[in-house]
Design a protein around this ligand. Structure first.
Ligand SMILES: Nc1ncnc2c1ncn2[C@@H]1O[C@H](COP(=O)(O)OP(=O)(O)OP(=O)(O)O)[C@@H](O)[C@H]1O
Ligand SMILES: [Mg+2]
Length: 480
């Protein structure tokens, strides 16, 4: 369907490229270099679609969107911008832009968006009222293409209640992004409740999430409110979701499917009203293959995937982040510092296994330990190797061996109960946790061949079959 397209950009070559491509598709394109023309056309009722740059002589494209949406709420406006921060993306979105494209953009993508906008124009979205702070107060630093992409997805998500799964290496900002999404989203006035699956003893997770009745299990001295209830009306952030035990996964899945939860030991269900954002540094696909994560739950949580790029994939952002963290250190009363060029270069060629957190800690260390104002490459080098912290959540099993890691795990497990004891039936539960990966990995090694697996394990075939059923193990592919 041919459409009348109004195009405004002060860059002539961009007007030519877009104009040509859209005309070839049969659209009628009218273009200008300034905001004034664009407004005149829109006010006259011309055009079925607007494509505009943010920075233009006359008026800011962002202010113009607001006027356009007021005058013609159903006219889709696609906004382009070269100078993008999270702020631009959010602002464009809050003013009702149909789509927001960071420059340089992919022409094919633009065409696709145009076709989509022409075919099914979105009715105007509710404009979000969060006051947008000045750029200095922005929580998210970085302007690399990889981050612009993230901002764009984030901006679009603020008008929705969609379930989001954030993935990314340790220290890439998963929690920060989850909070930002909440702070700028529809539920901004309500609570944000984080729960870290890796920090809660496994058999307490269900009661932590859903609450429990008095006497539901040993140690349940009084009735408790779960996180689902606490987060009511707001956002529930399920951090390190890959660490959730299978039984709790099954329960969570049911809750998400039915929109209702019941306290542990309770009977009357309550309706849930939470937005779910989850995060993981693990590869969930691998966990699914290893039988440690439910695929159906994955699909429920992964409605919108948001991948945070590791720092080494966006070295352009390193100087910005350094400046930001040094400035913050100075504001906290430390003497101001700058890095010399070779020091910055050293940091740009570094691998950053701990990502932004590692960089933040490096800045902290340097501010605390050195008096000089100009920081050299040598200092940076010393401190980089001093800080060789293992990224969090990555446990090295190789050295301590299986018994060693089990010992450590169990010790922490008892400690985590803080004086009280875990629920009874511990032997069976722990043995099952050892059995599950043992059987699962053996099945993977024998490509699902149960006869071979039984042989390898040195147990009876029927016993293996029973265990598989009991432990709810999925037979890996290639099985017979
Ligand atoms: N884009 C960013 N701009 C500014 N600060 C950031 C950015 N990304 C991360 N940080 C900072 O880096 C630190 C680590 O971020 P966060 O805790 O959100 O990471 P994470 O991905 O949840 O890490 P983990 O997997 O270890 O839990 C925080 O102090 C956070 O404020
Ligand atoms: Mg985290």
């Amino acid at each position: 369907m041919p459409a009348r397209i109004l195009l405004a950009d002060d860059d002539r070559s961009i007007r030519t490229v877009i104009g040509r491509a859209l005309s070839q598709l049969g659209h009628h394109v009218r273009s200008t270099s300034n905001a004034e023309d664009l407004w005149t056309w829109v006010a006259k009722g011309d055009g079925d679609l607007v494509i505009t740059d943010v920075v233009m002589p006359g008026e800011s494209g962002l202010d113009l969107i607001l006027r356009i949406k007021k005058a013609r709420p159903n006219l889709p406006v696609i906004v382009m911008s070269a100078k993008t921060t999270f702020l631009t993306a959010i602002e464009a979105n809050q003013r009702g832009a149909y789509e927001y494209l960071p420059k340089p953009f992919d022409l094919n993508e633009l065409i696709q968006i145009v076709n989509q906008a022409v075919a099914e124009p979105k009715t105007s979205v509710a404009v979000n009222k969060h006051p947008v702070d000045s750029e200095d107060d922005l929580p998210l630093i970085g302007r690399s293409p990889a981050m612009q992409n993230v901002y764009r997805i984030l901006a679009r998500l603020t008008n929705t209640d969609l379930t989001v799964l954030i993935s990314g290496e340790s220290g890439t900002g998963k929690e920060l992004f989850a909070r930002t999404l909440h702070d700028y989203g529809k539920r901004q006035g309500a609570v944000f409740v984080p729960v870290n699956m890796a920090a809660i003893p496994r058999d307490l997770i269900e009661s932590e999430l859903f609450g429990h009745e008095k006497g539901a299990f040993t140690g349940a001295i009084s009735r408790s409110v779960g996180r689902f209830q606490q987060a009511n009306g707001g956002t529930l952030f399920l951090d390190e979701i890959g660490d959730m035990p299978l039984e709790a996964q099954t329960r969570l899945l049911r809750v998400l499917q039915e929109g209702e939860y019941t306290r542990v030991g309770g009977e009357t269900p309550s309706r849930t009203n939470v937005r779910i954002i989850s995060a993981t540094h693990q590869n969930l696909q691998e966990l699914i293959q290893d039988g440690l994560f439910r695929q159906d739950l994955f699909y429920r949580l992964n409605v919108v995937p948001l991948r945070l790029p590791p720092l080494r994939e966006r070295i352009e952002d390193i100087p910005l982040l350094l400046r930001y963290f040094f400035k913050r250190a100075a504001q906290e009363g430390n003497s101001p510092k700058t890095l010399d060029i070779s020091a910055t270069e050293k940091l740009e060629s570094y691998d950053w296994p701990g990502n932004v957190r590692e960089l933040e800690n490096l800045v902290r260390r340097i501010t605390a330990l050195y008096t000089e104002e100009l920081i050299s490459a040598d200092i940076v080098e010393t401190e980089l190797s001093n800080g060789l912290e293992k990224p969090q959540n990555v446990v090295s099993h190789s050295k301590e061996g299986l018994t060693g890691s089990l010992n450590k795990h169990l010790k922490n497990y008892f400690l985590a109960h803080k004086g009280s004891l875990p629920a009874t039936g511990l032997y069976e539960r722990i043995i099952q946790e050892v059995e599950r990966p043992l059987i699962n990995q053996t099945l993977i090694a024998t490509r699902g061949n149960q006869i071979k697996a039984a042989e390898l394990l040195g147990i009876n075939r029927n016993t293996l079959r029973k265990k598989i059923k009991l432990l709810d193990i999925q037979i890996p592919r290639g099985s017979r």
